[in-house]
Design a protein around this ligand. Structure first.
Ligand SMILES: [Zn+2]
Length: 239
């Protein structure tokens, strides 16, 4: 075979197999909303096996630069997200906010149960384990200037992409949805096809359930605008 022809055939096979892989990669609707039992691995965290392999490779590289990446949040179930939601709802309500104001406040940083990228086993929140932990660790200012995680952020901004990890909630002020989260990374080769499947779901049926605090305010209209602004409001490299 002519060399060029050989290369083209090779590329065609690669392209085809990738297409088939992503087409065949069907995650059930239940798993996409954090219900059911996904296959997860990790000692002090839980990620899909493929995500964990890439994460460990990245951690090893970071370690050579003196960084000790610690996962503070990885897979999170629907029930866990529901308890976070309900707790925050009561907290903001106790400050005198209306139901609508409360929901608006919660979704600055937290998701409606069933809509978290943490449900997929592809996303994780990280810090550097070396500096002593004081109070809340996931605060943007701790990742900048003289903050304890500034070096980690800088290293990740340069190298994370080489391992497939991207920041969904980047610093772009024109981005809609959740606020800037310098600690939250997503493994693109897995999370992109999952997001595509996620967008095809019957969201109202899966997400608008009566046992959520504030459920009366969570109608189809809210859901449509939330999906547009919050689920789609991620770094373009993850769409
Ligand atoms: Zn996160």
């Amino acid at each position: 075979m002519h060399r060029l022809e050989f290369i083209n055939t090779g590329l065609a096979i690669l392209g085809l197999s990738f297409y088939q892989q992503s087409k065949n990669m069907n995650t059930s609707p239940q798993l996409l909303v954090g219900k059911g039992k996904p296959k997860l691995v990790g000692k002090n965290y839980a990620l899909l096996p493929e995500v964990d392999r890439a994460f460990q490779e990245m951690s090893t590289a970071a370690q050579k630069q003196g960084l000790n990446i610690k996962v503070v949040s990885s897979y999170r179930s629907y029930d866990r997200q529901k308890s976070i939601w309900n707790r925050k709802f009561l907290h903001f309500k106790s400050k005198g906010l209306t139901d609508e104001q409360t929901i608006k406040k919660i979704i600055e940083y937290s998701t409606l149960p069933g809509t978290s990228r943490h449900h997929w086993g592809t996303d994780l929140d990280i810090i550097d384990a070396k500096p002593p932990e004081e109070g809340d660790v996931l605060l943007p200012h701790k990742f900048h200037n003289n903050g304890p995680y500034n070096t980690l952020r800088e290293w990740m901004e340069t190298h994370a992409q080489d391992y497939g990890f991207f920041l969904p909630y980047n610093r772009d002020e024109n981005r809609s949805g959740f606020k800037y989260e310098p600690w939250h990374y997503s493994f693109a080769p897995k999370s992109i096809p999952m997001l595509r499947q996620y967008l095809e779901l019957d969201h109202a049926k899966l997400l608008l359930v009566p046992d959520l605090n504030g459920a009366e305010c969570l109608g189809q209209e809210f859901l449509n605008s939330y999906i547009e602004s919050h689920i789609m409001g991620v770094d373009p490299s993850l769409l």
